[in-house]
Design a binder for this molecule. Structure first.
Ligand SMILES: Nc1ncnc2c1ncn2[C@@H]1O[C@H](COP(=O)(O)OP(=O)(O)O)[C@@H](O)[C@H]1O
Ligand SMILES: [Mg+2]
Length: 365
């Protein structure tokens, strides 16, 4: 297969983009550098400005201020059809009267590729998205996942500098969505085109991305790898939005070697990893992931990180069980333990609760 190599794809530089709709500020000051060939996900709740950013990148909506460059070339002055961007939307928007081949070749016809070049490129893409046997079908003769792969092939066909995908998996049922996630990630890795993917689904973002741009109310909250966002959220918003988390009010009572702080709150007195700005303020949220809460019999004398709690509910999930735990003076906490371990714990039981790992984010006044 003769796919474009990564050296062909472009880095994208977005600087100080602003956008208002009347008095409403949809994007406050959006800046981001994307590496050539990178898969970047814009993640955030509905209405945070993800689609607006994508529309500005693609040229469908003009920004009020700011610049966009592909490498050294400024492209935000160009009309949409001259930006060389591939687009995939939630509803696929395939041409219903055209076959798979005709749909994929559409952009090539518009760009006057020769018949030979067109046929070769379509063959490459059919192989890439694994639809070789279905070339002559029309969209209505394909499953949702297959249609989505045609839409992706169509967006990649003309070797765009940038591919934008806006919630492309939202219309697929849960099982299929899990499969298409992996397919899409593999297709992007092989094709090597710089890609921005939009989703409000944090699992999708964690599974697929090289980097995640977490957005909140028209602003970037945090940029990082999936591991960064999961293990070291920068804000309370990030700690609550990405994955399940227990947040406990605490106060810093000592600073250790960076990034450690001793914190004290209702029922806890522990050292934990902190984000650097924290050393200036005493108020924090102590964040503990459900899988980092260990549960022991109350008779075991644990280290000082332990505290007594009562198990109030058990939710069976197959390989793991969620355990709700009440600790006097603390919000209800949720632990997640392997089923074999949780089987030994009963509702109503008093247990020793230990935080195996914790992380702190600033508490806003
Ligand atoms: N054309 C428009 N006119 C007025 N408000 C808009 C327009 N497009 C988007 N908005 C508003 O801007 C905000 C961000 O929208 P959008 O970027 O579509 O959010 P997301 O894709 O993250 O769900 C929303 O509050 C939305 O209502
Ligand atoms: Mg949207």
């Amino acid at each position: 297969m003769n796919l474009p190599d990564r050296s062909r794809s472009q880095p994208v530089h977005i600087s100080h983009i602003r956008k208002s709709f009347g008095a409403f500020v949809a994007l406050k000051d959006f800046s981001l550098d994307i590496e050539a060939g990178e898969f970047v996900t814009f993640l955030g709740p509905s209405g945070c400005g993800k689609s607006t950013t994508l529309k500005i990148l693609s040229g469908l909506t003009p920004q009020d201020a700011g610049e966009i460059r592909f490498g050294d070339r400024r492209i935000d002055m160009l009309p949409a059809n001259r930006r060389n961007i591939g687009l995939v939307f939630q509803n696929y928007a395939l041409f219903p009267h055209m076959t798979v081949v005709e749909n994929i070749a559409f952009g090539l016809r518009m760009r006057s590729w020769s018949n030979t070049a067109k046929a070769a490129r379509v063959d490459e893409l059919l192989a890439l998205v694994r639809l070789e046997g279905l070339a002559e079908r029309r969209p209505e003769q394909l499953s949702g996942g297959q249609q989505q792969r045609v839409a992706v092939a169509r967006a990649l066909a003309f070797e765009p500098d940038l591919v934008l995908l806006d919630e492309p998996l939202s219309n697929l049922d849960a099982k299929l969505r899990e499969q298409v996630r992996i397919d899409l990630r593999d297709i992007q890795r092989k094709a090597g085109q710089t890609t921005v993917f939009v989703t409000h689904d944090q699992v999708e973002a964690l599974v697929m991305s090289d980097r995640i741009v977490l957005m909140n109310a028209g602003q970037i909250d945090q940029v990082g790898t999936p591991v960064d966002l999961y293990s070291t959220p920068a804000t309370e918003f990030g700690a609550r939005f990405v994955g399940a988390n227990n947040l406990l009010k605490a106060t810093i009572t000592g600073i250790g070697t960076d990034p450690q702080a001793h914190v004290q709150g209702a029922g806890l007195s522990i050292w934990l990893a902190t984000v650097s700005p924290l050393v200036t303020g005493p108020e924090i949220w102590c964040c503990v992931r459900p899988e980092h809460i260990a549960i022991r019999a109350p008779t075991e004398t644990g280290p000082e990180t332990g505290t007594l709690g009562k198990v109030t509910d058990k939710i069976y999930q197959g390989t793991t069980v969620l355990l709700d735990i009440e600790i006097p003076g603390v919000e209800k906490m949720r632990a997640e333990r392997p089923t074999s371990e949780a089987n030994r714990i009963n509702i109503g039981q008093t247990v020793n609760v230990l935080f195996e790992q914790a992380h702190a984010v600033p508490r806003m006044p």
